[in-house]
Ligand binder design. Structure first.
Ligand SMILES: O=C(O)CCC(=O)C(=O)O
Ligand SMILES: [Fe+2]
Length: 362
């Protein structure tokens, strides 16, 4: 494979308007869908785009050029990208393009099953969720029962797949069974990639590779498969977000998105679109990596905007420190990922959102 030198590559993907803007002229009423595969709350659509327009004014996003760093595994000079962005695109990831295509097709097939079937077929150790990406520590979906308004609902449904337990999953449904096989194959590639990227980060930070080893454990790998239904609403109070602003709690997250777009990242005070580029994966750093690097690297803030006429599929891999692995750095009190997770769950219940690393500042 030809090594592309690390650069803040601006040449390969410029000025392409995101799919959301291309669709501006489409009336949502033309796209009205009452698909039985969507969670019932997602099925109503109206013909105005006011909410999204209002949102654009409040949250301007830079899309003149695409400055997200592009990194390859040969040169692996990714320090800059991790320091200044907390996100980069990976070109030579070695995941076969056919596998990426298969994965997307299978994900679409599973999401197209009736809502009730997904609820009954996706069983432990997997889980099906909608309306919020937050899950309980055991991976179960938080209850969205009793949710009577669209406020605070994230316009997303998903599957949570803990890879180490995937082989225990049993199903008679052929669509779900074949998806599970493809996921298993994909998971192996992603574990390999995560290790390679993490080792390169440790090297770039000048940290001890042996001591750092426990900070990334492949057995913690989880894949989240998302579908963001289209969202059209004339109600300014309705959420236009597929996923609210957040940082990932992981060490690393590796994202594979379809061609619709909608992911945005915050750099300093500006939002940037992470436009889809075929055959690339997007790597973003999570809270654990920020702490491991003693704040040298950034856990990037990001969010997902929904499209007005198209649904979007994304497949994200998250990996965490090994159990009992204590993260020690000068900016934070020593803590394990399990301490962090407990604090996050507590905050979700009490203050209603994740406070995150601030809770562990020295
Ligand atoms: O769907 C995406 O592009 C991003 C999802 C995400 O940020 C997450 O799962 O934490
Ligand atoms: Fe995220």
């Amino acid at each position: 494979m030809v090594a592309v030198p690390f650069s803040w590559l601006l040449i390969c993907y410029k000025n392409q308007p995101p799919a959301q803007q291309q669709d501006d002229n489409l009336h949502c009423s033309e796209k009205k869908m009452a698909s039985e595969s969507y969670p019932p709350l997602f099925r109503s659509h109206t013909d105005s785009t006011q909410a999204a327009d209002l949102d654009d004014q409040l949250n301007p996003v830079h899309d003149l050029e695409d400055p997200i760093p592009l990194v390859d595994l040969q040169s692996l000079k990714l320090g800059e990208a991790c320091e200044f962005w907390g996100i980069f695109r990976l070109v030579d990831h070695g995941v076969p393009p056919t596998l990426l295509t298969q994965l997307e097709e299978h994900a679409k097939a599973v999401f197209s099953l009736p809502f009730e079937s997904k609820q009954s077929l996706i069983t432990s150790p997997l889980s099906y969720f909608w309306g919020t990406p937050a899950l309980t520590p055991s991976g179960a979906a938080l209850s969205t029962k009793g949710t009577s308004t669209l406020q605070n609902i994230n316009w997303v449904e998903g599957l949570n797949v803990p890879l180490a337990q995937l082989s225990q999953f049993q199903t008679d449904n052929p669509t779900v069974a074949s998806f599970s096989l493809v996921l298993e194959e994909y998971g192996k590639h992603l574990a390999r990639l995560a290790t390679t990227i993490f080792e390169a980060m440790v090297k770039s930070l000048g940290m001890d590779p042996i001591e750092s080893k426990s900070h990334l454990s492949n057995s913690t790998g989880v894949v989240r498969v998302y579908r963001y239904p289209p969202h059209c609403s004339n109600s300014a109070s309705a959420s236009a977000w597929g996923m609210d602003v957040h940082t990932d709690s992981s060490v690393l997250s590796i994202l594979n998105q379809d061609d619709v777009g909608g992911l945005e990242v915050l750099k300093d005070t500006e939002w940037f679109n992470v436009n889809p580029i075929p055959s690339t994966l997007v790597v973003n750093l999570g809270d654990m990596m920020q702490a491991i690097s003693d704040d040298k690297y950034k856990s990037v803030k990001h969010r997902v905007k929904v499209n007005r006429s198209k649904e979007r599929i994304s497949i994200c891999y998250f990996v965490f420190p090994g159990e009992g692995s204590v993260i020690r750095s000068s900016n934070y009190k020593p803590f394990t990922y399990s301490d962090f997770q407990k604090e996050v769950q507590k905050d979700l219940k009490t203050v209603g959102y994740k406070v995150g690393l601030e809770r562990f500042k020295a």
